[in-house]
Design a protein. Sequence first.
Length: 211
Amino acid sequence: MAGYVITVAQQKGGSGKTTLAANLAVSLLGRGLSVALIDTDPQGSLGRWFIERMERHGEDDALEFSTSSAWGASYESDKLKKRFDVVIIDTPPKIDSDLRPALRAADLVVVPVASSQVDLWATEGVLDLARREKAPVLVVMNRARPNTRLGAEVAQNAADLGAQVADTQIGNRVAYAETLGQGISVCERSDARPAREELDRLTDEVLRQLG
């Protein structure tokens, strides 16, 4: 049985795509699933994270990393999903025709949105392109501050755009930035309990979306 493909996409830079992709990967590993990562972002941040992880933990047969052009994402993911339970594609912060192969290949498009109107405006292009490719979307409120009116408004506006919004919000926590630089996940930090718990809940939601 072929694996699932998750594409992480957002037009606006600094939305936390790579951080979310890396943390979801490790969380899924913790569920006993094998994961392949594809980095189509020329900035290469996911690749830097993977190198740091390899130096810290050594090779892991259940986790593989590759790079691809945006246009090659569909071909690369088709290959990898034959060997891995989940393939996660990290995309560059832009919305154009180059993104379509990664959306077309996706069983689920995860769209991180920070609690700002600017991020929400940027999301409209992703949602429109995903609809054209008939790709299911899960919007994740990222770097969220709890119980703020702006955050609630942005989440409601995202739902008004016709997007499925995750119940779980990812908080604006230092642990995410620290662990990314160390090649690990908040799942692997004993002192990051709130982050671990919210990531665990988000992983549950992602797996339910995948069916």
